[in-house]
Ligand binder design. Sequence first.
Ligand SMILES: [Zn+2]
Length: 344
Amino acid sequence: MRATIMYGTHDVRIENVPDPSIVEPTDAIIRVVRACICGSDLWPYNDMPSSETGQSMGHEAIGLVTDVGSDVRTLKPGQVVVMPFAISDGTCEFCHEGLPTACVHVGFIGNNGIPGAQAEAVRIPYADGTLYPLEVGEDDALMPSLLTLSDVMGTGHHAAVVARVRPGHRVAVVGDGAVGLCGVIAAKRLGAEQIIIMGRRPDRIALARECGATDVVSERGAAAVERVVELTGGHGVHSVLECVGTGDATLTAIEVARPGGAVGRVGVPHYEAIPAAQPSFYKNVTVGGGPAPVRAYIDELLPDIVEGRIEPGRVFDRTVDLDGVPDGYRAMNDRESIKVMVKP
Ligand SMILES: [Zn+2]
């Protein structure tokens, strides 16, 4: 089969690799119906040292089950499933507590030697725990929105949950990528009264407004903080969704939080220490977050997609086949595209 392998900075290739097959009795094989390129794939795209063997890429997919191991109980060939970006057994104490990204058997698809989903097919370990069955056909019109349940919509929602978004809250979303836009959708869905998107690209800002953003702050650093304080009657926001992952974005997130507020971090951190220890301490600001337990959020988010109350699939503005994946990386990296869907 064909799959996406990254060999180094700006070096993404589509190659023939062995077809996946059942290894453990708890495995399933899915044929990839839709996959996509993630903002977090752009980190290695820009800084991966060259590698002889390469890294198999892709951690978001909707698939069609084609084969199951002898211990798989809940899935059958022919079923359409969401593949969350993390593997989880569904049975350990962390899975029961709603944190499958801390599962004792956790693994991140397309990382650490686990083959990725920008491919024709993938082997899914702990298939019963990991995959989420859907009641749709593979050409359903809702596919783009359903695909966001494998990462970006669940991740934006996680930022909003950790930032304790409540009805009537003032919210700031740091970052205008797909996760930030889903964060806007999530904040609106949870009843936020004011949603300030902090970003600067006109196409993304326009979409953020359509998704529920009430205000836009395009300044950066101290000027951005000042603007948010102004827009919120002088105190800052109750909830901040940090959807970038840089030290600067995190500093801004903490600075725009009002006393007693909370910051939900979902941008993969590219910094060593959380900044602003003094201001966050004296403001009693809670800083939390991590890899979103997207598998655990599907029950809650799916009905809103199926019944048309949210449409997170709008973050996709380009669709490519596997041959188009390398150029899809380039387009996202050049900010020509917000998020690229892959139809193998
Ligand atoms: Zn578990």
